[in-house]
Design a protein around this ligand. Structure first.
Ligand SMILES: *[C@@H]1O[C@H](CO)[C@@H](O)[C@H](O)[C@H]1NC(C)=O
Ligand SMILES: *[C@@H]1O[C@H](CO)[C@@H](O)[C@H](O)[C@H]1NC(C)=O
Ligand SMILES: *[C@@H]1O[C@H](CO)[C@@H](O)[C@H](O)[C@H]1NC(C)=O
Ligand SMILES: *[C@@H]1O[C@H](CO)[C@@H](O)[C@H](O)[C@H]1NC(C)=O
Length: 525
């Protein structure tokens, strides 16, 4: 077989002498052999990539004989065999015929009758004509020689009789390309400093980049994580510290009691909150997965919380009920990341005490999962992400909160926000944050905010001058809007399309994103 260099030379010299190659079928190697089309196309592709040739593909039907077709071409059709077997004078019995011709006897008889070559007289087959022309044999011979037949109906008929089969023949028509030449210029693959220095890059031809290939199978960031990253950047730009949120199981104390949320509050019910169940190992009769935690390191603080709930303090009259430590000991899946914030504020108070009462203003944020016993639907899951920010400083006012919210949401590309008074057990005053939705033509809720209650901060040991402002919003809603998802189950859970995760775009919370956030038919909450 010819090497690709030989085929290349053959194509280039043929083009040079003939101007073009009408059909590569006509190409022959030095020893007269045709060239397989796969070898031709390999060379043509390489030459075309260098713009030395252009080519088009020619597809042609090619007919060839089956084994049976070849047998007919060599020794005649079944019907001719039958005719020849019939003795011109005495005829032949069917038994004798079958004996002589085997299966051909049966196949050939019908056609021989139809052609009126033979007839039957009292169980003997006799000739009706003296000589015949075997057209079928002629037809298959023509096909064997030319690869086709002048009559399409004959081709169809012979195909259906399984004498002939059809295949596609591929060949090419080739012309000179703009960079045609008899010699192949070596293409440079690298642009080097030397080439730039000596100017040779001006005249060199460079190999085209070939970006085709398999995309690497690597990890891909989930859209939620991309949006989370953008929120984190905003917080870092504004000088916030990230809180450690790796405690998904929390005691009711930090999740509720420390936040001055009374023990009878409906949120503390199994309908809303996931409580942990204890697991006992029978062998050791010990709790390996406890449902409660009584490891309170600062019982004085716990008692101050108890006092504030039961009888008040720090300017509060309290709730006036019998606070029970058993309720505070119950372990739950945290219902908000505010449990982490309350712990961080307590630590801030401890730090102030350790510093001889010198208070350090703090800005904290967190973005992580929280859990609620929600009925799952298109916009709710039992776990979701909360974005939370907390600022602690002396003498902060509601004006600081409003002003800061404007700065924060402007960074997200949301320029105009409004506030509506609301109720939260642990903040007073509390405000829901709204943004104008041009699509819905109404104000939609973006998140929640407020100032932590003095009876919560005072019990922690923070100075009465210290005020803490806080706000929170969801992560899922902005992500769904950003990535055009209508159903939260397309974002999280077993119905998530992994291709979506692999191919979704990077997230930029720029001005446009802000417009998207409030510009689409969705409520942000
Ligand atoms: C320029 O530098 C390249 C790379 O070193 C070298 O191959 C080439 O021969 C040089 N050409 C001239 C004209 O000096
Ligand atoms: C969640 O709440 C439903 C009632 O709304 C209750 O039947 C179910 O037991 C709760 N699930 C858990 C794990 O507490
Ligand atoms: C109790 O909490 C402290 C930290 O406050 C920790 O070092 C200790 O291991 C905990 N003990 C138990 C039994 O969980
Ligand atoms: C906070 O306000 C109190 C009372 O108005 C004032 O005495 C104190 O100096 C203020 N602290 C700061 C840091 O401004």
């Amino acid at each position: 077989m010819a090497s690709s260099e030989e085929i290349q030379t053959l194509i280039l010299t043929t083009l040079d002498t003939q101007g073009n190659i009408e059909n590569t079928d006509s190409l022959r190697t030095a020893d007269g052999a045709p060239i397989p089309y796969l070898a031709v196309v390999g060379v043509l592709n390489s030459l075309a990539s260098k713009q030395m040739v252009t080519y088009t593909t020619i597809e042609k039907d090619h007919y060839s004989l089956t084994a049976e077709g070849n047998e007919i071409a060599d020794s005649g059709s079944h019907e001719a065999k039958v005719f020849n077997a019939v003795d011109p004078k005495q005829g032949i019995t069917i038994a004798e015929l079958t004996n002589l011709l085997g299966p051909s006897a049966k196949i050939g008889q019908g056609k021989a009758f139809k052609n009126k070559w033979i007839k039957k007289e009292s169980d003997i087959l006799i000739r009706e004509v003296t000589s015949i022309v075997d057209l079928t044999q002629q037809d298959v011979l023509e096909i064997r020689e030319t690869g086709t037949h002048s009559n399409p109906a004959t081709l169809k008929d012979l195909q259906s009789r399984k004498h002939v089969e059809k295949a596609k023949l591929i060949s090419y028509s080739v012309s000179k390309g703009p960079k045609f030449s008899l010699t192949i210029e070596k293409q440079a693959t690298d642009l080097t400093a030397d080439m730039l220095a000596n100017g040779s890059w001006r005249t060199l031809t460079f190999k085209k980049y070939n970006f085709a290939g398999n995309p690497p199978q690597g990890g891909h960031l989930h859209p939620l994580m991309k949006v989370r990253e953008e929120f984190r950047k905003i917080f870092f730009e504004l000088g916030f510290e990230e809180m450690p949120t790796n405690k998904y199981v929390e005691s009711s104390f930090w999740n509720f009691d420390a936040l001055f949320q009374p023990q009878q509050h409906p949120a503390r019910d199994a309908h809303d909150t996931f409580f942990l169940l204890a697991h006992l190992t029978l062998e050791h009769l010990v709790h390996v997965d406890p449902a409660t935690s009584s490891n309170f390191s600062d019982m004085e603080y716990v008692n101050r919380v108890k006092e504030v709930h039961s009888h008040g303090g720090y300017g509060s009259i309290g709730y006036g009920y019998d606070w029970k430590i058993e309720e505070a000991e119950k372990l739950i899946l945290r219902t908000h990341t505010t449990s982490v914030s309350s712990n961080m504020l307590y630590r801030l108070a401890q730090e102030t005490k350790a510093n001889g009462g010198v208070f350090r203003p703090a800005k904290f944020f967190s973005i992580d999962r929280v859990y609620r016993n929600e009925t799952v639907d298109a916009t709710h899951l039992a776990e979701f992400h909360q974005v939370e920010g907390v600022i602690a400083d002396k003498n902060l006012t509601l004006g600081d909160l409003i002003g800061f919210m404007q700065v924060f949401f402007e960074k997200m590309g949301i320029p105009s926000i409004k506030f509506k008074p609301a109720f939260n057990p642990y903040t007073e005053p509390s405000m829901e944050i709204f943004s104008w939705h041009p699509g819905l033509e109404k104000w939609v809720e973006l998140g929640n905010s407020g100032m932590f209650r003095p009876e919560m901060l005072g019990a922690m040991g923070l100075d009465p001058d210290v005020r803490v402002i806080a706000w929170g919003l969801g992560l899922e809603r902005p992500t769904m809007i950003k990535y055009g998802l209508d159903n939260i189950r397309e974002l999280l859970g077993h119905k998530v399309d992994l291709d979506m995760i692999q191919s979704n775009s990077a997230c930029r919370l720029d001005k446009k994103m802000g417009k998207e956030l409030v510009g689409r038919d969705a409520v942000i909450a």
